[in-house]
Ligand binder design. Structure first.
Ligand code: PGA
Length: 258
């Protein structure tokens, strides 16, 4: 099925890979994925490898993303990284509000919204993560949780900024657990999120926003997930650390979109 929206496969390397390991991985990926034009490919190394990876990706079809950034432009924020610092390294995307940031760093939706605005001000495209925990799902609160996260993490974005923003639906219970959402569960959540975007913006805008699925995406399940009408790609953690499995996921995505 051909979708209007370009599929995007992004690798979230999390806190993995020294500079040397990062370069080895991207060197394999630039060769293995050199033929790809039908899918947008992004890798998100840790901050320490961004500069070297940016150079290794120059002239390739793979884009660079970061895993987080500060909402502030500069100043006394020890340990933080500003949007301008990322932009200087040819970073184009930035993951915001990942559940690990929400869980381990107490990031709230309002903070994610401020970061998203700072990202756009520096011409970076945010990938905003939302997703329910298992207990929220089991209590029947999935829709309420997603609606709140989407609405409050997108506060203040203009329509133009929204179409340059991706959303990643990442059910917390599926991240790093090997338990993937079924294609039906993913489709249901993605369609729901798109419906929230209609109420916040309008139908045409909602139709243009790419919504990625994340949570134990593997070569074995990527094709079925990506075949769903509202699933516009994947945010891949563990499987993005291996060149072969990431390449297979990209190739599977291409097959679903032809
Ligand atoms: P996983 O991580 O693919 O290892 O489950 C996905 C993510 O957290 O983005």
């Amino acid at each position: 099925m051909q979708k209007d929206r370009n599929l995007t496969i992004a690798g979230n390397w999390k806190m993995n890979n020294t500079v040397a390991a990062a370069l080895a991985l991207v060197n394999d990926l630039t060769v293995a994925l050199a033929h790809v034009t039908a899918v947008d490919i992004v890798v998100c190394p840790p901050f320490t490898a961004l500069s070297d990876v940016a150079q290794a990706l120059r002239g390739s079809n793979i884009h660079l993303g970061a895993q987080d950034m500060s909402a502030h432009n500069a100043g006394a924020y020890t340990g933080d990284i500003a949007a301008e610092m990322l932009q200087e390294l040819a970073v184009r995307y930035v993951i915001l509000g990942h559940s690990e940031r929400r869980q381990y760093h107490q990031e709230l939706d309002a903070c994610v919204a401020r970061k998203a605005q700072a990202a756009h001000a520096a011409s970076l495209q945010p990938i905003i993560c939302v997703g329910e925990t298992l207990s929220q799902r089991e209590a029947g609160h999935m829709e309420q949780v997603l609606a709140t996260q989407v609405r409050e993490s997108l506060t203040g974005l203009t329509t133009n900024q929204m179409v340059e923003t991706m959303i990643a639906y990442e059910p917390v219970w599926a991240i790093g657990t090997g338990k993937t959402a079924s294609p039906e569960q993913a489709q249901e959540a993605h369609a729901f999120i798109r419906g929230v975007l209609v109420t916040l913006f309008d139908e045409a805008t909602a139709r243009r926003v790419r919504i990625q699925y994340g949570g134990s995406v593997r070569p074995s399940n990527a094709r079925e997930l990506m075949s769903q009408p509202d699933v516009d790609g994947a945010l891949v953690g563990g499987a993005s650390l291996d060149a072969q499995s990431f390449t297979e996921i990209v190739n599977n995505a291409i097959e679903t979109n032809t």
